[in-house]
Write a protein that binds this ligand. Structure first.
Ligand SMILES: Nc1ncnc2c1ncn2[C@@H]1O[C@H](COP(=O)(O)OP(=O)(O)OP(=O)(O)O)[C@@H](O)[C@H]1O
Ligand SMILES: [Mg+2]
Length: 505
């Protein structure tokens, strides 16, 4: 068989034979069929580095070994065989080699060399004693394993990085295979009170309140992860000490497909967060209820005062006016000054009647109760135009049918606040109002051509006018959108759903 075609195994067998022969003091040159310089052929037929050392000097070096070190064959023949081994590794390498030569060690050993250009390379090596030119020598067989070493170092680094990342995250992370825990990070102790060693190999049931819930969430995870990569939910769990907690869980499958039911799940304890959220929502609701209550009390009070002023003051003033006119008719001729006085008194009473009328309308427009929302909006727009000199076009396509009295009041008050804002902030000379209704919703839209509004102004927690409008609409399950319009100006749109009818409490 040609040496070039031999496998590594066969080469090793051959070397063993050679060694046996050399032990029998047979000169290498008498190896017959393999020719006289068998080492050279061996060396060139292999992908590994070969060398022969005798009298602490290299006697032969193959090209691969030269490539490892970066030195030429001639240079290496002049060098001490250990001189290119990294000083820290030198002692250990010589010791390993000597043990192998004495057959006290059989596995290859590793060490680092410094190449001619100063790089560090990892070499794996075996040595065996041989006879060379009739005398004792060492045959070395080495491989450059730098890349492999580097790859495994990187892998180790990556694994270390992965586990430190997993340990650094505050959520508990569990790796699952067929509902058994095969990985747990440090945070499982913080969240569930279990040491990770206590969980590994156990069923995931350990962290759920009962078998049923454990099965249910398992089914949800596995069926969802068949279709998508990740799945998120909130679910109750139980700690080692029996404490129940609510967890936000994120599950994701390991790999592209949900093969072998391998998934990883993170658990975040959101019990306190949920409680705080509920507390916040509860106090928000309380504030809403309070504001609703205050609004309705104020509304009732305004209606009562308006009625009282209208009925009592209005009637008295009308009676006074009638008395004055009776008096005027009875003033004897020639009393011009008294006649003049009564006329001015009568004028003053008329003005007072007007003021009372305006006051009662401001407190509670009677048409809201008497004629309904569309008429009240129309009247308010006209009054606004007169009072502020801002043109206010109306487009009322809505009947009063089916509009609850309290709802009419809410929409009317929102409208009043919108108009007041236009007068105070918009810097405009005109605006448009539209009120529409269908079987589904009631909609009021007020658009001005003013300077516009910013989202910040809309959302500012100190914008009490805006908050009041929102609260009023919210009470009826409605919404308010305030936004800029082109080329400039602001639109306030209120939409209240109808039909379901009920006011929220
Ligand atoms: N039509 C509008 N055009 C321009 N800016 C507006 C308009 N409406 C409201 N704004 C701006 O939005 C802010 C908030 O309005 P909001 O009604 O909440 O408060 P306010 O009118 O300043 O005070 P109040 O609590 O008395 O109503 C206003 O201060 C104003 O800057
Ligand atoms: Mg305002």
């Amino acid at each position: 068989m040609k040496l070039e075609r031999m496998s590594k195994k066969e080469l090793i067998a051959l070397l063993t034979t050679l060694r046996a022969r050399s032990d029998e003091q047979q000169p290498l040159k008498s190896l017959g069929e393999f020719g006289e310089d068998v080492y050279k052929i061996l060396a060139n037929s292999s992908q590994v580095g070969f060398y022969i050392i005798q009298d602490e000097r290299f006697k032969f070096i193959n090209s691969h070994f030269c490539d490892y070190t970066g030195y030429s064959e001639d240079e290496m023949l002049e060098m001490h065989p250990t001189s290119f081994i990294l000083p820290e590794d030198r002692h250990r390498t010589v010791k390993n080699a000597s043990m192998m030569l004495r057959e006290l060690r059989f596995s290859p050993y590793e060490f680092r060399i410094i190449t001619k250009d100063g790089r560090i390379k990892w070499i794996m090596e075996t040595v065996m004693p041989i006879k060379f030119n009739g005398r004792r020598a060492i045959l070395g067989n080495s491989m450059d394993i730098t890349e492999r070493k580097e790859a495994s170092r990187r892998l180790e680094e990556l694994e270390a990085l992965e586990s430190s990342i997993l340990d650094a995250i505050p959520q508990a992370v569990l790796g699952l295979h067929e509902r058994r825990i095969n990985f747990a990070n440090y945070a499982v102790k913080i969240i569930f009170g279990w040491h990770r060693e206590e969980l590994i190999g156990k069923s995931i049931r350990m962290i759920y309140r009962n078998e049923e819930e454990a099965d249910k969430i398992g089914d949800i995870f596995y069926s969802s992860l068949e279709r998508r990569r990740t799945y998120e939910t909130e679910y109750p769990c139980i700690c080692k000490d029996g404490r129940e907690i609510l967890c936000r869980m994120k599950a994701s499958r390991i790999g592209e497909k949900l093969r072998e039911k391998r998934i990883v799940v993170t658990y975040e304890d959101i019990t306190a967060e949920k409680k705080a959220q509920e507390e916040l929502e509860r106090s928000r609701q309380e504030l809403r209820n309070l504001s609703v209550h205050l609004q309705s009390v104020r509304e009732e009070e305004s209606t009562r005062v308006a009625r009282k002023i209208h009925d009592e003051l209005g009637q008295s003033l009308t009676a006074l006016q009638m008395d004055l006119s009776w008096l005027k008719n009875r003033i004897p001729a020639g009393h011009k000054d008294i006649r003049e006085k009564t006329r001015s008194m009568s004028g003053l009473v008329d003005e007072t009647i007007d003021s009372v009328h305006k006051l009662t309308m401001e407190l509670r427009p009677s048409m809201l109760d008497d004629l309904g929302l569309p008429a009240a909006i129309e009247w308010q727009a006209g009054d606004f135009q007169k009072r502020w000199g801002i043109l206010c076009q109306t487009n009322i396509r809505c009947s009063d049918d089916g509009i609850d009295k309290d709802l009419a009041t809410a929409v009317f008050r929102i409208f009043q606040e919108t108009l007041t804002n236009i007068a105070r902030h918009a810097k405009t000379t005109s605006c448009r109002v539209s009120l529409t209704k269908n079987e589904k919703e009631l909609s009021l839209e007020v658009t001005d051509k003013g300077i516009g509004i910013t989202q910040w102004q809309v959302d500012d927690p100190r914008s009490y006018g805006m908050i009041g409008m929102r609260e009023r609409a919210h009470l009826w399950g409605g919404t308010i959108h305030v936004r800029n319009v082109r080329p400039s100006g602001t639109t306030v749109k209120v939409v209240i759903p109808l039909g379901k009818g009920e006011k929220k409490q």
